[in-house]
Design a protein around this ligand. Structure first.
Ligand code: HPA
Length: 283
């Protein structure tokens, strides 16, 4: 279990370097790490300097906390995420997004790479998550509940915040980037699925499959912070083509989609930031 005082220790260190509170938090998945480096007024902190954050060596990707601006919107961003399959407890996997929440982010936007299951999907498509299936066999809220963080039994009807979904659609049309929609199934990994598992997932209503994001969405819902996510469909899921799945191919497709995904993410962040600011000045 993560306690408020552990989070606040991390927040204290971050505030020392970045005094202004962020409005929007962002989690960068495979291939999108560079988006964080393009923030205006960038401040970058290695996870190792932030107490409680997963160590960069096991995060696989970058492992930096980035703060800066997109237009006028103050942004905090996690460059590199910890996965359950790396052996981290889920409390560690979601620690970064809990820090974003405690820093004051009023919306958190997540990105990931996923395999496409829906018949109409192609590699390189972007998909807005309208709902999820948690098939990881774990939940980040297991264990004693800290009531200061959130409720014991949080609602998941609106885990993918309807307002942020609308803003993503608007951002996609503004950026001229086609955006699919679907249900994301989260599995433990790290092996890819079997063709039989993909048939099962399709029967269960999944449009895409991946190994992340759902724990973060649950933790943010627990803390009452609106969250939503977009997947880059980096490959068709196992058995949908004759080819074997290969991580290098996943990375290559993510790289090719990067310009489109970055443009969409920037437009989404701007809209989410303006929406949060408008709502706080109205209240
Ligand atoms: N399965 C699970 N996770 C993934 C995939 C996949 O096919 N592609 C990218 N992440």
């Amino acid at each position: 279990m993560t306690t408020l005082s552990e989070l606040d220790e991390a927040v204290r260190v971050i505030r020392h370097h970045v005094p202004a509170p962020p409005t929007v938090g962002v989690v960068l998945g495979s291939g999108l790490g560079g988006w964080g480096d393009a923030l205006a007024d960038l401040v970058k902190l290695p996870y190792a300097e932030i107490p409680g954050m997963p160590r960069a060596a096991v995060v696989g990707h970058a492992g930096f906390f980035c703060a800066g601006r997109v237009g006028d919107v103050p942004v905090a961003c996690l460059q590199g995420r910890a996965h359950l399959y790396e052996g981290h407890p889920l409390a560690k996997v979601v620690f970064g997004v809990r820090v974003l929440a405690r820093l004051g982010c009023r919306a958190v936007l997540l990105t990931n790479a996923a395999g496409g299951i829906h018949h109409g999907f192609a590699a390189g498509d972007l998909m807005l998550l309208i709902d999820h299936l948690n098939l990881m066999g774990k939940n980040p809220l297991v264990g004693p509940n800290d009531d200061a963080l959130g409720k014991r039994f949080p609602d998941m009807t609106y885990a993918h915040d309807p307002r942020l979904l609308e803003l993503a659609r608007a951002a996609a049309s503004e950026a001229g980037v086609p955006l699919r929609e679907g249900v994301y199934a989260a599995l433990l990994g790290p092996s890819y699925e079997t063709p039989a598992e993909i048939r099962m997932l399709r029967t269960l209503g999944a449009d895409a499959v991946g190994m992340s994001t759902v724990p973060e969405i649950i933790a943010l819902r627990h803390m009452g912070v609106p969250a939503a996510a977009i997947s880059c469909i980096t490959n068709l899921a196992a058995g949908l083509t004759r080819r074997e799945l290969d991580h290098a191919e996943v990375e290559e497709t993510a790289r090719k989609a990067r310009a489109r995904f970055s443009a969409l993410l920037s437009a989404w962040v701007r809209r989410a930031g303006e929406d949060a600011a408008a709502r706080s000045s109205a209240s």
